[in-house]
Design a protein around this ligand. Structure first.
Ligand code: SF4
Length: 233
């Protein structure tokens, strides 16, 4: 099977009903964790406040949540800064900074080099899988080295991202790290999108219109040009 055939087979497979319900697994695990006397800690990878706001609400009843902003994929650096500053503003205004935030060094150049071979992939294909894995692996390593009980990512919130793939990556990474367990999730389930929209409206949060990397940025620019849209929407 060549790459194109593999991609077509993958897209067809995404429509299949034969999928793991990771949200159900999450609820089941949370029910068990509620019986504990103390809350377990979780390191939550956050790519932006839009994707992170509802998962923070969802998890904070059961977990002691810490966020990690580990997103060297984001281009340009102004966009990286804006997404980070909106996340910080929300943590301050909504949570009184009770949820700690870890920010790892930003290195978009090295990130781009690591994905160079797959730069022409359509969005949602192997370049994205490598991007998910790179950021999750770095976050998972941080969680493991700093004694967190669990690690997960808010990326399963996004309808553009394959939550089956994200959870498979998380479960694979769990085998590599000894101290930290992967928490399965599908944050878009149970009306996650509507809940996030309500929070974003209430706190007037910035909503970006492209995923993050230079490839998704350029693709969005082309769409804007074709539609004659202004630069910022
Ligand atoms: S489109 Fe999004 S997930 Fe895919 S490589 Fe770019 S930043 Fe990563």
């Amino acid at each position: 099977m060549n790459d194109r055939e593999e991609y077509i087979a993958y897209i067809r497979g995404r429509k299949s009903s034969d999928k793991v319900n990771y949200h159900r697994l999450a609820l089941k695990e949370m029910e068990e964790l509620k019986q504990r006397e103390t809350k377990p800690s979780i390191l939550l990878h956050a790519c932006c406040v839009v994707c992170a706001c509802w998962p923070m609400d969802f998890l904070s009843d059961v977990f002691d949540v810490t966020l990690i902003y580990n997103n060297s994929n984001i281009y340009p650096s102004d966009e990286y800064d804006l997404r980070l500053s909106e996340l910080k503003r929300y943590l301050k205004e909504r949570w009184n900074d009770r949820i700690p935030l870890i920010v790892t060094p930003y290195d978009n150049e090295t990130y781009n080099l690591s994905l160079q071979e797959r730069k022409d992939d359509p969005e949602g294909w192997k370049r994205c899988f490598a991007c998910y894995e790179k950021r999750m692996d770095e976050g998972f390593r941080y969680a493991d080295e700093h004694g967190f009980d669990y690690f997960t990512t808010v990326m399963t919130f996004s309808r553009q991202k394959d939550s089956q793939k994200l959870n498979q990556i998380g479960l694979k990474l769990q085998e590599k790290y000894r101290n930290t367990k992967y928490f399965c999730s599908d944050f878009k389930k149970d009306d996650g999108q509507r809940k996030s929209n309500a929070i974003c409206d209430a706190w007037n949060l910035y909503r970006q219109d492209y995923c993050g990397c230079i490839y998704s940025f350029n693709a969005r620019m082309k769409q804007r040009e074709a539609a004659n849209e202004p630069e910022s929407v």
